[in-house]
Design a binder for this molecule. Structure first.
Ligand SMILES: [Zn+2]
Length: 269
């Protein structure tokens, strides 16, 4: 099998949501509590593609546990095996023993089986041993770091649960810096404890020059908020929603559906 071809396991570009060999014993009961594959945050219905020429070695169309609907393919040289888990649909015509070719659509991604949200779980074995699927794939790596400068918001509309120290943590990197926000809004705030939902606060544009240790913030979700909007607010980029999702996976079952009142843990770094 040619090693210069870097295949894709799905159409489009989506980030990794759980890396290979992540240690999470409450979740992963085998492999000593390690994740035996890579999870990609692929929405339901995304076409899944064969990552090598070979044949179908196993199909589970109605499995409700574990990987749910799944397809396993083996490479033509017999050395590699790939398991696609949590699918929503499997190509009707596909049956065990059928040939598949690199890039062929085998079905669609989903959220079947034991899964806490739509994603593709992909495991790859080489000569019977698990390997990191990303070593093998031409898929985008982790979420992209914001390029260039971070634009710090200069205004903040107060939502329920906000406090000056929380805003200081979010915008200025340290809760101890709340007096700076208070001072910048002295015309509308009488006392530090009196911020009200809907108020527009000025956020002083103070550059952080020192390195700040990751800080943990509890955020109570307000109506209308999304992981992206929360990421924008605390982490400076909507694209960093995945970090918040990762931290709160035990309570957020579907990243596109967060509910008001939910308390999220946000690690600011
Ligand atoms: Zn997985």
């Amino acid at each position: 099998m040619s090693t210069d071809i870097k295949p894709k396991a799905f159409e489009g570009e989506y980030p990794v949501s759980q890396k290979f060999w992540n240690y999470w014993p409450q979740m992963y009961k085998t492999n000593g509590g390690h994740h035996n594959g890579t999870d990609f945050a692929v929405p339901t219905g995304t076409p899944l593609l064969a990552i090598f020429d070979g044949w179908v070695s196993r199909i589970e169309r109605w499995q409700l546990t574990g990987y749910g609907r799944m397809v396993v393919i083996r490479s033509a040289d017999g050395r590699y095996e790939a398991l696609y888990g949590h699918m929503s649909e499997i190509d009707d015509r596909l049956k065990p023993g059928d040939n598949v070719s690199l890039g062929q659509k085998i079905g669609k991604s989903g959220n079947s089986g034991q899964s806490t949200g739509a994603h593709l779980h992909l495991s790859v074995w080489k000569d019977g041993a698990l390997m990191d699927p990303q070593m093998f794939l031409n898929q985008p790596a982790l979420f992209r770091e914001a390029e260039g400068v971070t634009i710090r918001p200069t205004r903040h509309r107060v939502v329920s649960g906000d406090t000056l120290s929380g805003l200081a943590r979010a915008y200025l990197g340290s809760s101890a810096r709340w007096p700076e926000i208070f001072a910048a809004n002295a015309d509308i705030l009488k006392e530090p404890g009196t911020i009200r939902v809907g108020q527009e606060l000025r956020i002083p544009d103070v550059l952080k020059t020192d390195t700040v240790e990751p800080e943990t913030v509890k955020h109570t979700v307000a109506r209308g908020e999304t992981l992206s909007s929360i990421a924008q607010r605390y982490l400076g980029s909507a694209a960093r929603w995945l970090e918040i999702y990762e931290t709160n996976k035990m309570i957020v079952t579907n990243p596109s559906l967060i509910m008001a009142g939910m308390v999220l843990t946000i690690i600011i770094k």
